[in-house]
Design a protein. Structure first.
Length: 199
């Protein structure tokens, strides 16, 4: 196990594990599976957001749902490791999430956008592991977004435009995993997290 980390997670040498992807590529599904399969080693980093809660989501579990005023207060107080405005809503990681993981002796799994992931890397270069989840191709990504039937046509188009930018930044991550088969992608991510950095 690497000595670079500030905690004693048993099976992964990295304190901070970042999963990023274009919307619709499957990173949240993969993140949930990693958490379900490795609860003793990894906990989820709960982001704060100003967007509305979706059906099935729980405050404090999926996100900390806050007002724009509260979020901007967190920014001014320096209480966020990283944050970004996406499609008119703020998303960001409270500093307290990293401290929570350290106190528990576990690795922290982030499900955040590419720019947020690179911000984590800048602040914690020796502790972070960045994994980009890519769709097989843009046509497949578009089909997945449309199949959700939760967003307007204009929102789908904006997500596809943003996906091009995100895909262009994938090379800055440590690993790129193509999600063309969900179970295979999960297993590949597991192998990276729990095998990376071992002697």
């Amino acid at each position: 196990m690497s000595n670079d980390t500030p905690h004693s997670a048993r099976s992964t040498p990295h304190a901070l594990i970042v999963l990023s992807a274009p919307s619709g590529a499957g990173k949240t599904t993969i993140a949930h599976e990693i958490l379900a399969r490795h609860p003793a080693e990894v906990i989820f980093s709960v982001s704060a957001t100003t967007r509305a809660m979706r059906p099935g989501e729980r405050d404090g579990i999926d996100y900390y749902f806050v007002s724009r005023e509260k979020f901007e207060q967190l920014i001014s107080e320096g209480a966020l490791i990283e944050y970004e405005s996406i499609f008119g809503n703020y998303y960001g990681t409270p500093n307290s999430e990293v401290e929570r993981a350290r106190q528990m002796g576990k690795s922290l799994l982030f499900d955040i956008d590419v720019k947020g992931g690179l911000s984590i890397r800048r602040q914690f270069p020796r502790e972070s592991l960045l994994i980009f989840i890519a769709p097989p191709d843009m046509k497949t990504l578009e089909a997945r977004l449309r199949a959700r039937k939760t967003e307007s046509e204009s929102t789908v188009q904006r997500r596809l435009e943003r996906a091009q930018m995100e895909m262009s930044m994938a090379g800055e991550y440590d690993y790129v995993v193509v999600n063309d088969d969900l179970e295979r992608a999960i297993q590949e991510v597991e192998g990276i997290i729990f095998g990376h950095g071992r002697d």
